[in-house]
Design a protein around this ligand. Structure first.
Ligand code: 5GP
Length: 182
């Protein structure tokens, strides 16, 4: 289906599920090469990254640990940048190689907040793996995004983990809002 409706908003297909899976396999191969014998800790940022990290892990063959954190920073379809809380940071970060797995880097504020908190735990290294990046929306200076699935324009997107008003996370492809987002 090329267009879908969620609540009051219409969306059109932007990235089909097949290219997403193929891109994820390439990311997994690249990470596997970079982190062989390092036993990294993947930290998935919930809720948006749940499908991405699930599929990514199916393609990761090196030894690793997987953890999740949750940040509340976003309502409706505009990033408030108003990060309130971080839940679930693992205790064993000190001296470890961390790969932070995000659904999307938009303004970059969530990412910067997360990195600040994680750095306090003295990891050996932190790299970012994000399915989507909106370079034109990124207002804060973010660290190098080492693993990026797709760079996309400044559209509001849903599907493959991303929601609109809590809906649409289970949609297989990625869809962009048609018309202007308020
Ligand atoms: P940032 O702090 O980079 O502005 O935003 C990060 C968070 O905002 C993402 O993890 C995601 O939850 C949410 N977000 C940013 N852009 C979009 C978008 O286009 N669609 C959806 N559904 N969420 C978004």
């Amino acid at each position: 289906m090329n267009t879908i409706q969620i609540e009051d908003k219409n969306f059109e297909l932007m990235i089909e599920s097949d290219p997403i899976k193929k891109r994820i396999l390439l990311l997994a191969i690249q990470i596997g090469v970079d982190y062989e014998d390092k036993c990294p800790i993947f930290i998935g940022v919930l809720n948006g990254s749940f499908l991405f990290i699930g599929d990514l892990m199916k393609d990761i063959t090196i030894g690793c640990e997987i953890e999740f954190v949750k940040v509340s920073s976003y309502e409706g379809d505009q990033s408030t940048g108003n990060v309130k809380q971080l839940i679930g940071l693992p205790k064993n970060i000190k001296g470890r190689d961390i790969i932070l797995v995000e659904d999307i880097v938009d303004t970059g504020k969530t990412l910067n907040f997360l990195i600040q908190v994680i750095e306090k735990e003295q990891p050996k290294s932190i790299n970012i793996c994000t399915l989507l990046h909106k370079p034109n929306a990124t207002v804060t200076s973010v660290p190098v995004l080492k693993y990026v699935g797709f760079e996309i324009p400044n559209d509001f997107v849903v599907g493959y983990g991303l929601d609109y008003k809590g809906l649409g996370r289970n949609i297989q492809g990625i869809y962009r809002a048609i018309g202007k987002t308020e």
